[in-house]
Design a protein around this ligand. Structure first.
Ligand code: C2E
Ligand code: CA
Ligand code: CA
Ligand code: CA
Length: 279
């Protein structure tokens, strides 16, 4: 047992070393990623549950490095957050998304809302307000078309401070969505006090909606809570017709998921213009 324990430990350590050096490697590449033009955005449509019409998109960052290939955001966003690189990446995402919103406007998609994810670190920063204001001014995007997605955790860490930040963003005219709703620990009384526009039901509940009564009950409760607080609801991760129908029956306002579309390049969103000509 003694010897096994030793081997296990040694194995564990080398495993840790390997993981740590992979992290260092990814981080050093990430540092130059913006400069080398390796980051780009994909956009996933949010559709009206009732008629399938696209009402907005969520910007999702993508990173392709020539040596190591595609790195998913779940791998590099946490690294960017820890290292502080998220400041630069987050600003880049926000500015590009606003600019793209204006390009779509020029093509006739003038109602499309553009959602951008904020990281914890960005949300805590003093300069967030100035950054959002500047991205709106520089791009010309009307504030009400910009939506910022934040998670419950960001709100609940320091609810008083979060309330101040949200109120300022609200005064700018941008909309706030609570992402991954149901996975954190929001106090419902706070939810009522924050100027929030939309709840996004986490995809873990949506995925189980047809085969887990518990998940279905949570989704039902979130939708009815949202509506009684006069909020919109988006269901995330909708993959099947059965899920869409269930959500339609519950009068869930919007859906997002592979059933409708994967995240796609900006040009594919433009193509929707053909289906929905501007008047
Ligand atoms: P999220 O904000 O919850 O984004 C939704 C994720 O679910 C996206 O993964 C999307 O591609 C995926 N998804 C959408 N529909 C479906 C579906 O029907 N089935 C399944 N299985 N998945 C679906 P992605 O793009 O890999 O992003 C993962 C996370 O990385 C995001 O979760 C968000 O937390 C973070 N992230 C992505 N882009 C950014 C960004 O620009 N800034 C920040 N701070 N975080 C970002
Ligand atoms: Ca999101
Ligand atoms: Ca989410
Ligand atoms: Ca998430």
């Amino acid at each position: 047992a003694q010897r096994d324990g030793g081997n296990t430990l040694r194995f564990f350590e080398s495993e840790m070393d390997a993981r740590a050096s992979r992290r260092m490697d990814v981080l050093s590449r990430l540092r130059g990623a913006i400069g080398r033009g390796e980051l780009f955005l994909h956009y996933q449509p949010k559709v009206c549950t009732a008629d399938g019409q696209v009402i907005g998109v969520e910007a999702l960052v993508r990173w392709h490095n020539g040596d190591i290939g595609m790195i998913p955001p779940s791998d590099f966003i946490p690294l960017a957050e820890e290292s502080g690189l998220i400041d630069e990446i987050g600003e880049w995402v926000l500015r590009r998304a606003c600019e793209q919103g204006m390009r779509w406007q020029a093509e006739g998609l003038s109602e499309l809302s553009i959602a951008v994810n904020l990281s914890t670190r960005q949300f805590r920063q003093e300069r967030l307000l100035a950054l959002v204001r500047s991205a709106l001014e520089d791009s010309g995007l009307p504030p009400q078309r910009l939506e910022l997605e934040i998670t419950e955790g960001m709100l609940m860490q320091d609810p008083e401070k979060a309330a101040v930040v949200l109120r300022r963003l609200h005064e700018l005219g941008v909309r706030i969505s609570i992402d991954d709703f149901g996975t954190g620990y929001s106090s419902l009384s706070y939810l009522q006090r924050f100027p929030v526009h939309t709840l996004k039901v986490d995809q873990s509940f949506v995925r189980e909606i047809s085969n887990s009564p518990g998940a279905a009950a949570i989704v039902t409760a979130v939708i009815s809570l949202a509506h009684s607080l006069d909020l919109c609801v988006v269901a995330e991760g909708v993959e099947t017709e059965a899920q869409r129908r269930f959500l339609g029956d519950l009068a869930c306002d919007y859906c997002q998921g592979y059933y409708f579309s994967r995240p796609v390049a900006a040009g594919e969103i433009s193509a929707l213009n053909g289906a929905e000509p501007a008047t």
